[in-house]
Structure formats: structure tokens, C-alpha cells
Write a protein that binds this ligand. Sequence first.
Ligand SMILES: NC(=O)C1=CN([C@@H]2O[C@H](COP(=O)(O)OP(=O)(O)OC[C@H]3O[C@@H](n4cnc5c(N)ncnc54)[C@H](OP(=O)(O)O)[C@@H]3O)[C@@H](O)[C@H]2O)C=CC1
Ligand SMILES: CC(=O)C(=O)O
Ligand SMILES: [Mg+2]
Length: 753
Amino acid sequence: MNKATNRKQDALAYHADGRPGKIEVVPSKPTNSQRDLALAYSPGVAEPCMEIYRNPDDVYKYTAKGNLVAVISNGTAVLGLGNIGPAASKPVMEGKGLLFKIFADIDVFDLEINATTADEFVNVVKALEPTFGGVNLEDIAAPMCFEIERRLKEEMNIPVMHDDQHGTAIITSAALLNACELQHKKIEKIKLVVSGAGAAAVSCIKLYLKLGVKKENMLVFDKDGIVNIDRTDLDPMRMEFATPRKDISTLAEAMKGADVFLGLSAANVVSVEMVQSMAKNPIVFALANPDPEIAYDLAINSRKDIIMATGRSDFPNQVNNVLGFPYIFRGALDVRATSINEEMKLAAVRAIAELTKLPVPEIVHLAYKAKNLKFGKDYIIPKPIDSRLIGIVSTAVAKAAMESGVARKHITDWNAYQEELQVRLGADDKILRNLASKAKSAPKRVVFAEADNYKILKAAQIVKDEGIATPILLGNVAKIQKIMLEHGIEFGEIEIIDPWQGTEESDQYAAHLFQRRQRRGITLYEAKKLVRDRNYYGASMVEFGQADALISGLTKNYKSTLKPALQVIGTKPGVKKIAGMYMMLTKKGPVFLGDTTVNPDPTALDMVDITGMINETIKEFNITPRIALLSYSNFGSNTGSVPDKMRVATALLKEKYPDMIVDGEMQANFAMNAELLQSNYPFSSLKGVPANTLIFPNLESGNVAYKLLQELGNVEAVGPILLGLNKPVHVLQMDSSVREIVNMITIAVVDAQ
Ligand SMILES: NC(=O)C1=CN([C@@H]2O[C@H](COP(=O)(O)OP(=O)(O)OC[C@H]3O[C@@H](n4cnc5c(N)ncnc54)[C@H](OP(=O)(O)O)[C@@H]3O)[C@@H](O)[C@H]2O)C=CC1
Ligand SMILES: CC(=O)C(=O)O
Ligand SMILES: [Mg+2]
């Protein structure tokens, strides 16, 4: 099975696994009690209904309308896949909904409609106005899309934007301005060739004209060839930029001496020769999705002076409308704009272009495994992951809406607005993305003791593909290869070792184990036998530096996986007890729980050591630990062995680590609710911000808490992160999912850095 087939299977599984599709509707109010339901629905719901009846604008106050965008398509021009119909377009529209949510916290209903005429389409969408704060039209073929958008903008009082037109125009304009600057070209003088005369291309051309490109310097092509004034099949819109020139009829002819090529048409319509025939310092935007007009590598290797961009995320210069639509709608919704006008679009263009010239944050470098991204040929436009986009672009759009008179709500405190935008980005799985970025910045060799298992192999393949780790597989070679073949898992080059057969290193590993355990009842003969076991062998590889981290435990119980690591590697100097911690990815950000894994009933002194290790590890994740020692009492409100132990441990911690942010003993709700803590116990050192690290009095409570959060709170658990071993070894929970294994590998790599 080749890489393409593999990717296909991964993409299908991604969509089909678990709850089918990519989005769900989640209530935003409590629904637990009869009272909640009486307020949410009948009879309570009648109150906001009547308020809105009396004052229609109150719909923004009492419903989700103000943050709800409809992503609507009839499936007539889906990506570059053509007219595949509304149902087949649904994955794209759900995907757009997902991007709106993760990049700008906008809720989306995706609507795929059977509407083949402009009248049908317009009637459906107009009728939806009461529900939505905005409408994002998507993947509707030209020329019908122009009429649909024009009519909806005229007839609706909420912002309507056909993203393939204007989103694309905005992003490519920002990229074009920057590319021209880098290639020393004046926009008024560029010779522009456009492949495609559809929704995206027409809108780009219109915006380029506003930026200064001259109509007479432009040649446009569609499926039937050059768009010239002799054509009888052109609608008035395309006739607008039809060329009177008679000397050119093919794309190859047009490309000779051209400064800029813009492709918004179909895959592979441009050849290397065409690119080579362009003017000095050419700019090529081959933006057809998923495959561009010319492959990135072909174009970039065809000449040295080129600036090349595609719509894809796997090459430099991704020019894709995802850089625009989330933030354009965010700004428009936040000032309750009645439309998205030219001023707002141009403000977005300028904001995106200028952002490119600012120093790039470390986190973006890490995410793209790039060392020195800066305004230049390979960085003409910001990266979609850049979290500054929401602040800069949405603010520019909101200001332009206010200044151009389409805002119905005015923002006065721009600093508060900036903060609000950052909070919107949420904090639940951002930490994982950050950790993955950190891992990718210096990937490590991770040895897998249970490589004859599909889930391990799949996770190993993912981390290799993502550049997080270089896997080393332990196990029976034929068995591993059989599973790889059955499941289409490919690594390219991969090291597979079968410890059972013995290797050049086995004797050295056995001698080391014997040396460490000879006074604990292990003979050399036994040590030799033991290192044929994959857990002993894997731990030895890490101990001898032949691997940087070990992952095991998927198929064996925790203790029997841990034992070899303790015997071969041992604990860090000074560590008496190892421990385990979980990172829970809650909506309020990551919360760390410990010890959830190893020590059944730690003493107050043990608690000090464990908390110290937890504190240090969390700091490695670039998070400041705010630690609460938990019990069933608050600061002495109850007595008993558990509160007493936690109170003593807190005092010892404060003495040993004066800079540690720690307090206790306290109940979990006080730890997680800063207001509650402050109002009842204003002396507490956890002032103002809730704890992010919870230390449990014993294994039962820690284990019960994380499992409850996982099952009832639907909170993702990453771990157990093993603390205190001298080298990175991480033991999976039995039956971890592929995603959980990938997360653990990421942690192991960060641990090994
Ligand atoms: N990177 C990005 O952000 C974006 C990329 N796109 C991509 O741009 C492409 C077009 O999208 P969109 O405008 O929405 O679709 P449309 O269907 O509206 O337009 C497609 C245009 O391409 C023309 N075309 C098709 N095949 C060829 C060919 N072989 N040679 C020349 N022209 C051709 C069509 O010609 P005719 O008019 O004769 O049918 C039509 O003018 C898609 O691949 C889409 O994925 C779109 C939006 C954003
Ligand atoms: C990116 C996008 O909207 C498209 O390719 O259609
Ligand atoms: Mg599209």
C-alpha cells in the first residue's frame, strides 16, 4: 500500500471513527436540573421570546445568533473537485465549520442545499436570516455564485460573503503585495496571467484592479482558452476583463515574459517550460486544491529567482483562504456589521500583509520545524497557526466596519477586545499543539517494546510522519512486517530489532543488568535471559544512549512494565519514590493530577518529593504550576489523618520551596474556583487564579478523580507521565488509543530533550 492509499485510509477513518463527521452541537447553559430545563424550554423560554418580539434586536442578547454563521453550499464547485453535489460537499463544509471554531470561536451550522438555480438558492438563504449572524457561501460555481451573492447582499441585513471569491481575493492580495515588494515589482506594471475565470479568479482580479494592477496587463484563461473579446460565450462579468489582443491564444504564449501567474483553475495546467519563460523574478501562485496548477517542487526547481505559493499546508507559502474567513467574520460579528464591504476587505489585506513583516513567534517556528521564518521568499504570508491573526485581522476588520458605517455595535475599549479575542482561542488542546511543536523542534529516537501491535505501529508511523520522533521497533521482525503489510503502514527506513534473537549489544546490556542486580538475586545467566525480553532490552537501549526514550505497557500490566526500567535505569539521584501524573485537557486549560499512578499511600514527606517532581516537570512544559494539596477539608476545617497529612505536607513544601505557588489542604472546588477561595480564604497563596495542579492524598483518590473526569467530563487525559526515572521511560495504560499513544510519545520526546 503506498503513501497516497494510506493517507486516503487515514482521512476516511478520521471522518468515520466514533461519532461520524467532524462537528456536534453542545449546549452552552446548565441542563442538569428540572429547573434548568424549565428555564431552557417551556415555560421559561417564553420570556426571551416575548422580549425579542417586543425588541427584535434582543435576538442577539438572548440567542446564539450573534456568533452563529451559516456555511452554505450547493456543491457545484467543491475545492477543485467540480460539481459533486451538496451531500458530497458536506465534509468540506463541516471542515470549514471546524476551522471557524478553532481559529475564531465562531459556531457554524453547515447547510448543504439542493438548489440548482440562483432563485432557489437565494430564496432558501434569505429565509434563514433570522437564525444567523452571518452567511459564508462556499464552493458555488461561477457564474451563478456572482448573482447569488449580489442578490443576498442586497436583500439581507447580515454579512454575506462568498469565501471562494473574497476570502481568496483578500489572501492572495496580501501575498501579491508582499511578493511584489520582495521581487522589486511595481504592482501597476506587473504582467499578470490568470488561469481560471471562476468564482475565485474573478474576485481576485477585481481586487487586484483596486490595488493598482492594469487591465491591459492582464490575460485570463478558462477551460475554453483565452478570455478575449471575440468570445461569444462570455457573461458580462468576464467580458469586463476580456483582452482585445489577437496575438496570443495559448497559456504558453501568455506566460512568456509574464511577471505573475495566478492559478485558480485545475491541477497541472502549467509546465516547467512555461515557468521558465516568465520574466525575471517571477511570482507563481498555483492555488488549485488539492493539487496545484504546477507541483511545488517542479516550479521551485525550474528557476532560482521564483516566489512560489500553493494552497497546500505541506509547502512554504500556503495561500489559502483559511487565513482570512475566520477573522473577517469574527470582526464583522463583533461589531454586528450589516455587510462585509470593500473597506473591511482592504483592511484585512493590509493587516495580513503587515503581520508578515513582524517577527515570527517561537511557537510558529516550532510548529513548522523552521528556524528562522522571516519576511522573504519562503514567507510571504503568515502561517495559519499564527495566533496573532485573530487579534490583528479581526481588529482591523471591526475598525473598518465602524469607520465605513456598517457597524451596528461600537467597540470602545480595544484592549479589552484584544483580550476577549485571545480568550476565545481557548486553552484545552493548545498545550498539546505546543508540546508537539516543541517535540518537532528536536525529534528523538523512541524505542517501542511492543511493536508487534497495530496501535503501536500506527502511532509510531504518525510520529515519524509528523517529525516528532524516529521510531525503533522491538519484536519479531516477520510478525511486525506482516502487521505493517496488513494495515498499509509504511515507514520508509526503519530500525527493527528482535531482542529474542540476541544482538551485538545483548551481552553488554546483560552485564550492566547483572552489575546492578547481582546483590538482589540476579545471576549473569538470568540477566542474559532477561535482556532477551523487550522491556529489559528497550530500557537498556535508553540506558546506553542507543535510544532516547522507551514507550511500553500497552499489553502488560503497569508494574511488570515498570520493573525492568527500574532495574536497568533506576531513579534520578536523590529520588526515593517515582510517581505518575496525568495532564487533563479541560476546557479551562490543562490541569495536572498526581500521584495517580504509583504510590498507594504516600506520607507527608513522600508528598513533598512527589510534588517537587511534578512542579519541575510542569515547568518543562512552559507552564507555571499553581499547586493545591487536596483533601475533604479546607485549611483545618476538619481533622483526620488525611487533612493532617496534607496540611503538614503543605507546610513542608512552603519551607523547602519558598518560590513554589502552593497551598492546602483544600477541597477540589475551592482549588478550581478562585472566587470561592478568595471570598472564604483570602489569605491563601493561590490568589486570583485557580490551581492547575492537584495533588491527591493517595492513589485511590487520584485514580478515581482522573477516571471520573475522563468518563463523565469527557476530558482528554494525557499520561501517565512517569516522574523520577533517570531516563525517559513512559508506561502506557493498557488499551490506550492510537491518539493517546501519540500524545505519550510527544511527552516522551519533550522529556528527552
Ligand atoms: N487556495 C485557496 O484559498 C483557494 C483555492 N481555490 C481553488 O481554485 C479552483 C477554482 O475554484 P472556484 O473559482 O471556486 O471554482 P469555479 O468552478 O468557480 O471556477 C473554476 C475555473 O477554472 C476554470 N478551469 C477549469 N479547468 C481549467 C483548465 N484546465 N484550464 C483553465 N481553466 C480551467 C474554469 O473554466 P470554465 O469557466 O470554462 O469552466 C473556471 O473558470 C479550485 O481548485 C479551488 O480549490 C478556490 C478558492 C480558494
Ligand atoms: C480553500 C477553498 O475554499 C477551496 O479550495 O475551495
Ligand atoms: Mg472553497
